[in-house]
Design a protein. Sequence first.
Length: 225
Amino acid sequence: MKKKTILVVDDESRMRKLIRDFLLTKEFDVIEAQNGEQAIDIFTGGQKIDLVILDVMMPGLDGWAVCREIRQISTVPIMMLTARGDERDELLGFELGADEYISKPFSPKVLVARVEALLRRATVYEGKTTEYDGLVLDRAGHSVRVDGKPVNFTVKEFELLEYLIENEGIALSRDKILNNVWAYDYFGDARTVDTHIKKVRSKLGSKGCYIKTVWGMGYKFEVGE
């Protein structure tokens, strides 16, 4: 199996080396960028990147800006790194399309485990397609179409929609959604679910109404009344 390539973006050389060394032990290929401008050049330069580890606080083009630019052209998994530990920063990252979020200082072994889990979720899906009145979710192709038009979803957005569809008609609490979509490696606020629901609904356009709010509890996927 071909090695996965990870782009590590951080202005601190010691941090890049730490992450690179641990990723190399798992036989990933690693490309380093020391700033946001270099990261964009590498990402758009033709090299296939399977996942981006992106520091938030960088001089010049910061992590938010890099994430925003990448999301305009790709749904590649993005893991954000931050030393600020601010919940508002975390929610902003998710709003921009980040898939995972880890605060410094962190255990390199935990970071690698999250990378592996994110890559697994990005590439392993059941080979079947589900369709609801013009909304098509293709697990094998990891794609979503609305009225025949492809819609770009991040890994986490796809997983969220997939989980809601698999539980059609069932009211799901925010905590239950967090536990099943974000799993063991996330210890954030339930508002993260609201942020992602808002983005998924927006991307689904007229089909966004299929995701219904269950007031005081959470959400459910339901077609029709």
